[in-house]
Design a protein around this ligand. Structure first.
Ligand SMILES: [Zn+2]
Length: 127
């Protein structure tokens, strides 16, 4: 069985998640049933995959907790209109955030709610 090492935000460490699908994760969403997910059985959190790419089971990022998911969503709601509206180029914006936090920024890479709050504050400066 295929397995990978992935950082789990709920466990606070690298784990060996189990590959499953939308039937288990979202039983009431038949439209998602065929999609791949990595689930951490220790805490029950999970992450989706880059399922539209050649490597369809490549995880989107680390395994978030529900709180972290919400915090990331808040960032996207603030971040996306900045580059969508043309105020700043998406690449430049991401590069600016990466420079400030010291790692290559992508929202799925955020590991803690505290980190998300800090990044939210940085994005606010560009909004
Ligand atoms: Zn976990």
């Amino acid at each position: 069985m295929k397995t990978i090492k992935l950082y789990c935000c709920g466990c606070g460490r690298d784990v060996l998640p189990r590959l499953t699908d939308g039937k288990e994760i979202y039983p009431h969403r038949p439209d998602l049933s065929a999609l791949p997910f990595w689930k951490c059985d220790a805490c029950g959190n999970f992450v989706g995959c880059h399922h539209k790419t050649g490597n369809r089971t490549r995880p989107l990022g680390c395994i978030p907790t529900p709180e972290l998911k919400k915090a990331r969503q808040r960032i996207h709601e603030l971040l996306d209109p900045i580059w969508q509206g043309g105020t700043m180029d998406r690449k430049k914006l991401y590069a600016a955030i990466s420079h400030r936090i010291g790692w290559k920024y992508h929202t799925a890479g955020i590991r803690t709610v505290e980190e998300a709050d800090r990044i939210y504050g940085i994005v606010m400066e560009y909004a």
